[in-house]
Design a protein around this ligand. Structure first.
Ligand code: SAM
Length: 253
């Protein structure tokens, strides 16, 4: 895959900074730091936990785990701009490194990591079974996996939602099927959590922040950018309300 992959323009520098404005510093996923902290609270960290962050984006979660828990974090992302910005921010921090790479092309040794983490990135990867087999190999015995991702209804979805998924280039599974794939790959005690309700609340809060801080937003971005984000968020809320769209959290060993 090309190294300047930007997912149909979704991750150009302008759009990344626009997304960061809504998600909070270091993040391009809903809930930003708040959810990262709450997901990390469920994990066990020891001294020097080796973490792989897949689709690490701007590195918000990697920096947090490195600083708060003393973890050694390797972040992978196939967006050149994400890695460029993350590396600018990583200067002087010894226990975080970011690499430009498609996770599917990586060849880590067995048992390389104690925690495999990914937030809202695997929606871009159709080859999930292939990926999970690799992750099972890279995770050390007793290690943990935590993935949050977009998901879909197990039933037939509306054509509007299907268009949104297709246009965004997403590959979505329902929450149970996703968890079953992880189990098939060899992960144990996989807990599937549908957190769509919480996701909707987060989307509403982010939408409100955007409306409330519109003057500040408009100092850096256009009215068109603002309308685009408010409308895109509204669309996601409606997809969640009508049951087409879900979000899942999967935690296993
Ligand atoms: C929605 S962003 C989330 C970024 C970050 N996890 C966060 O929470 O802020 C998804 C990221 O996954 C990356 N990504 C997509 N497919 C990937 C792949 N095959 N290998 C590595 N990174 C990938 C994208 O480039 C993008 O930066």
């Amino acid at each position: 895959m090309s190294s300047n992959y930007d997912n149909n323009g979704q991750y150009s520098r302008h759009s990344i900074l626009r997304y960061e404005q809504i998600f909070g510093h270091g993040f391009v996923s809903s809930g930003g730091m708040k959810l990262t902290k709450s997901f990390c609270d469920r994990l066990t960290f020891s001294n020097n936990t080796r973490v792989l962050d897949i689709g690490s984006g701007l590195g918000g979660a990697a920096f947090y785990m490195a600083e708060k828990y003393g973890a050694s974090v390797v972040g992978l992302d196939l967006s050149e701009v994400m890695i460029e910005i993350a590396n600018e921010r990583a200067k002087g921090i010894s226990n975080v490194e970011f690499h430009l790479a498609d996770v599917l092309t990586m060849d880590f040794e067995e048992n390389s990591f104690d925690l495999i983490w990914s937030r809202d990135a695997l929606l871009h990867i159709p080859q999930k079974a292939e990926l999970f087999a690799l992750l099972a190999k890279w995770l050390a015995p007793g290690g943990q996996i935590m993935i949050s991702d977009y998901a879909r209804s197990a039933n037939k979805v509306s054509s509007d939602f299907q268009d949104y998924v297709d246009q965004s280039g997403y590959d979505l599974l329902d929450v149970e099927t996703y968890g079953a794939l992880l189990t098939e790959a060899g992960f144990q005690h996989v807990k599937n959590e549908d957190w769509s309700q919480q996701f909707m609340e987060v989307l509403r809060a982010e939408q409100n922040t955007l409306r409330h801080d519109r003057e500040q937003f408009l100092q850096h971005f256009s009215h068109e950018d603002l309308d685009y984000l408010v409308e895109r968020w509204e669309r996601k809320i409606q997809f969640c309300l009508n049951g087409d769209m879900h979000t899942g959290l999967w935690h296993g060993k």
